[in-house]
Design a protein. Structure first.
Length: 254
């Protein structure tokens, strides 16, 4: 069994073939799909996905940093309302993104910290989105670190030093298509990171692995990521699948 710890199966890019796409993933051995939130405009689609695939998908709730705008307090209130009225498997994806826009950095920091604190209150993992913001992310994590802080550093693309720092905050590293890119760089040191710290993800429909780079990603393509980790760690496909799925169970407690 393979676990995709981060896939946007509710994306409109899957509107025409969602069921077939999920079946392709199942046929490839992907039996667990963890679904990150973005903002309130996607909540209905997430709930519909869960209703249609109740045994396969596991929902998170959170406010994505690129959705932190002028109305971020309303969006945070939406998150709080949902996590208080039903169970989720993580708070995510949350974090800081300075690639597109730095205008709302302070608001992103506040939203990130607030949602971390909610996760700790609920004894839930966090799933971190970080783009061009490692220093800013680590600054918040440093002030929030304790036994209740844990989760996944989604789509990890940093250096070995940054990987070790992320792990020091009880984070697993989410490894996906970037590991297969020629210029992805993380494949150059990943073998020095114990596989107990690794979980698999696709971030579908984004970041498709080689040989699908540039095309729509889907959860079935996670097998290409497993193949890459077979090369990196010198373990069998089955061992990679088993270990990383167990790692995901340790995080999500399911």
């Amino acid at each position: 069994m393979i676990t995709d710890t981060h896939t946007h199966l509710y994306s409109s890019q899957f509107d025409e073939d969602q069921e077939a796409m999920i079946q392709r993933a199942k046929d490839a051995g992907v039996l667990r799909f963890f679904i990150p939130a973005i903002d309130s405009t996607y909540t209905d689609r997430m709930m519909e996905l869960e209703q249609n695939f109740p045994k396969d998908v596991f929902l998170m709730m959170g406010l994505h940093p690129t959705s932190v705008k002028e109305n971020y307090k309303e969006e945070l209130a939406h998150v709080k309302t949902w996590i208080d009225q039903r169970d989720f498997y993580a708070i995510g994806e949350i974090g800081i993104d300075l690639y597109w826009d730095k205008t709302f950095l302070k608001q992103q920091q506040e939203a990130f910290r607030t949602q971390i604190q909610w996760a700790k209150e609920k004894k839930l993992p966090i799933v971190i989105h970080c783009r061009d913001a490692f220093d800013e992310i680590f600054e918040v994590l440093e002030t929030e670190k304790d036994d209740d802080l844990f989760g996944i550093f989604h789509c990890f693309t940093g250096t070995k030093v940054q990987a070790e720092q992320a792990i020091s905050y009880n984070m697993k590293l989410g490894i996906g298509g970037v590991a297969t890119f020629k210029n992805g760089k993380i494949d150059q040191f990943l073998n020095e990171i114990d596989i107990k710290h690794i979980v698999l993800e696709t971030d579908a429909p984004y970041l498709a692995p080689t040989p699908f780079r540039g095309k729509r990603n889907e959860s079935a393509y996670i097998t290409n990521v497993v193949d890459k980790l077979v090369d990196i760690y010198g373990l069998s496909f089955e061992e990679i699948a088993k270990i990383t799925t167990q790692n995901s169970k340790d995080v999500f407690n399911v």
